[in-house]
Design a protein around this ligand. Structure first.
Ligand code: URA
Length: 425
């Protein structure tokens, strides 16, 4: 086989065979196929797509390029959760301890943030001492002991995705369904959980811009999970505005704590209870929303969260420390009305410029910076009220405030903004 012939075959819109896909992916993972040929192939897939069979073969071939974690030493149904990326997405910080507080083992590998989207690992690393690296044995022992561990993706899993994702990131080939589905599902299958909840974000701040594309991505991933015997459910969630109030690593940890103290906004509190109900059901437990809310707000989830932070070396005092950012700048509304839009992408990029996110993989983060919104879409605001506070280590120039306000659209219409848009099983 020659790589150039297979690139041409895909470029001309033909289907690649199972053997051809296996050959391409193993050749890429071993270094025999260079980046320039793989990027041409990714672009051909971007324009010509892949059939269901090709996507399944791609996922399985990627899976074969690394180890698979065996979680069978942990009793019970192990559940995992994955988000396709968002702005202000601190869901795992709350959902994982909440579900674990019901005695369900949560063994999760998470990623770092890139561009306007955040990553759970970065938020956890904002806590002094927290360790994201664990051996497989330590990871399993922790889940056996306290039902919860969240660690960084092991280098040994899905080598092809490590290489391909970095390549896609710099060749404008990230946002295409077969490549996203195979990337996510190869990692989830390799991570070993029995059941998987996929949070597929849609909207301005997400890879999927339309609900139709989000449904197609969800269905593709659910089918891939089921094909290898993993119970898989996808929830399509709204990422047209940032999730919750905070964007930025420490600020999001603090918001997560606020929610687990029962002081969070109602919209995100309810959303997390709904996700927990699905995750618990995936683990074989039917639990009422009211009981889940009790666990979330009466300190049980928070106790589990603290236990988890301590177990992974985090400093409990530092966990509750407010942001040490040098400047807190209030953004004041010039108008009275109802917030119509807070585009997630724009605010994700704004927070990135403050140091809360990485423009490129090698960037260092400033864990203390970001944005906390006082108002969200659908909220009423009066002229002179605070829209948001900007946490920064450099002085915020008036020009930046003007830019910030340009993205806050205030009008007269009432807006109903829902978090969960659809559930695909
Ligand atoms: N998240 C992933 O892990 N892979 C993708 O391709 C996109 C989002």
């Amino acid at each position: 086989m020659r790589t150039v012939d297979l690139i041409q075959k895909k470029r001309d819109g033909k289907e690649l065979s199972t053997k051809e896909i296996e050959w391409l992916i193993s050749g890429y993972a071993s270094g025999d196929i260079p980046d320039y040929q793989m990027s041409a192939l990714a672009m051909a897939i971007y324009f010509k797509g892949m059939s269901k069979r090709e996507t399944r073969d791609l996922t399985m071939s990627m899976l074969e390029t690394g180890e698979q974690i065996d979680l069978s030493a942990i009793m019970g149904t192990k559940v995992d959760k994955h988000s396709t990326g968002g702005v202000g997405d601190k869901v795992t910080l709350i959902l994982a301890p909440l579900v674990a507080s019901f005695g369900v083992p949560v063994a999760k590998m998470s990623g770092k943030g890139l561009g306007h989207t955040g990553g759970t690992l970065d938020k956890l690393e904002a806590i002094k001492g927290f360790q994201i690296e664990r051996t497989q044995e330590e990871f399993i022992k922790q889940v056996q002991d306290i039902n919860l561990s969240v660690i960084g993706q092991s280098d040994k899993l899905v080598r092809a995705d490590k290489l391909l994702y970095a390549l896609r990131d710099v060749t404008a080939t990230v946002d295409i369904i077969p490549l996203i589905a195979s990337s996510v599902m190869s990692k989830k299958i390799a991570s070993g959980a029995d059941s998987i909840l996929l949070d597929v974000t849609v909207g301005d701040g997400a890879f999927m811009k339309t609900i139709e594309d989000a449904v197609e991505l969800s269905q593709t991933m659910v089918d891939l999970g089921k094909a290898v015997g993993r119970q898989t459910v996808a929830v399509i969630t709204n990422m047209s505005q940032p999730l919750g109030r905070a964007i930025g690593n420490r600020l999001e940890v603090l918001e997560a704590i606020e929610i687990m103290q029962g002081k969070g906004r109602e919209d995100i509190t309810h959303f997390i209870c709904e996700l927990a109900q699905i995750m618990l059901e995936l683990a074989g437990k039917k639990v009422d929303l009211s009981e889940i809310r009790n666990h979330l707000t009466n300190g049980q989830a928070l106790k589990k969260f603290e236990e988890f932070i301590i177990y992974q070396g985090g400093d409990l005092e530092d966990l509750y420390r407010p942001s040490s950012a040098n400047y807190i700048t209030e953004v004041i509304s010039d108008d009275t009305g109802i917030i119509q839009e807070l585009p997630a992408l724009e605010f994700g990029l704004f927070a990135m410029r403050l140091g809360a996110g990485r423009a490129v993989k090698s960037d260092n983060l400033d864990y203390e910076t970001g944005i906390v919104f006082d108002k969200k879409v659908g909220d009423r605001i009066e002229k002179g009220e605070i829209i948001a506070k900007i946490y920064s280590n450099k002085k915020i120039e008036p020009k930046m405030i003007t830019e910030f306000k340009k993205n806050v659209r205030i009008g007269d219409e009432s807006v109903d903004s829902k978090e969960i848009l659809k559930i695909i099983v």
